[in-house]
Write a protein that binds this ligand. Sequence first.
Ligand code: ZN
Length: 498
Amino acid sequence: MFQNLTRREFIKTNLMAAAAMTVPVEGFAADKTKADLVVYGKIFTAEGNQIVDAFAVKDGKFVYVGNRAGAATFIDKGKTEVIDYTGKGLVMPSCGNGHAHYSAGHAIQAVGTVLNKSDTLEKLFAESIPAAVKKARAAGAKTIFGSGWDRNFPPDFPYRQRLDAICDDIPIYFADEEGHKGMANTLALVNAGIMSKDGAVLKKEMRGGVIAIGADGTPTGYLSEQAGTFVRSFLDNEYLFSVDVVKGFIPKIEQQLHSEGYTMYLDGFSTYFFNTNFHKAAQEMDKAGDMHFVLGLTYEIEGWMNPDEALPKAVDAKKYSSTRVKPNGIKLFIDGTVESGTGFIEPVYNDGHQGSVNWSEEEMTDITRKANAQGLTMHIHAMGNAGVNRVVNSFVNGGKDEMRNTLVHVYGVMPSDYKRMAEHNIYVTEGMLWHHNSDELRNFLLERLPEDMGEKGFPMKSRRFVRNYRNPLVDLRTHHTRTGYKFSDNQRRAANVP
Ligand SMILES: [Zn+2]
């Protein structure tokens, strides 16, 4: 139904509908002043799970929810805006998700082959990868891409050689189930300048990532974090992630978003394939009237990029702005994830290591200053408390408070940083899907982290999640009451939840 609304109406309606969850229904008319807005239609309110016919709003607050006749008494002719959605669908409460990876979840499945996470290494190389290569060859692929292998595979297996034995004339890259690691054949490494054609090793280290080196002194083909993104950037990403491919999955994102009760979200992986085809496709669809949600987009700057070369590209991507498309963010990773031991923490992990950190405080401060000056908001993946602290320092020293610079996926925060976040308008947005950890993972973290840190992580602490397509409000209730259902592997995969 939102396609017929202006953006202003769209946001207004969403905000008002969201507030409808908290007011009593029928006959609630606190004061008989006139309203700024009256909406008619088929309106769902979570207050008693009812469908009502109308609501009225004054000064941003609901003054009436109930029937048409009741709402009509709030209309001040010529002053009150009246919108009638009768016959145009359901008006319901909604939320915006401040950080999600729907693009990666849907795009990675739309691009290349999804491997089976339960495949053993032997099965992967004997069956799954040969099948993926065959499929890609038949389609005339210039790059073979896939994802989904078990993240616990060891770095020292001869991935590169085994991939070469299946295919050595087309670059291959397969990401793991989380997307934080990858395996590549020799040609992919040669294209990235990590090896030369005659087998010489040109690069063994990558800031913020690992190029695994085997006993023979050459890369095994296993790449983690920023080493993986570096090699991926040399794939034929225009082929993999074309505007048409993106247009194919945006409706799936939309369907998922709406099923979860969201009408807007900020995408934290918008340039995963190192181009702005997500931006371009979204803008074209919006202008054609085919986007029914608001999409925030970010431009990712990797640890191996020169920020002064990347920032102008992020500024350029703002040209894809439209009514529902907002390409206003810069995405960086300050660290990895706490559960994989790459989150940057203080005090250190129980085994004595501190995690990895991709940017110095000086660099982060400098990027923040330049991005904010260009009207770009910082959107930083920060998990460990020391990573969070470094980012907060950079925002405080380099950022503009009005830019709503944001940390995402935060696991731990030093107590002193909470206050500074409040003082400097620093946002923390936590995709609620990430708060629902299994008991198994929780116990694993408790063993691994310093005393107290395990229990202080994931502030919402809900460990159950359900995506209920028939009633998305169950999700909201689950979130608030911390009761619900088990989140299945398929659901996690669909949402690209680590
Ligand atoms: Zn993220």
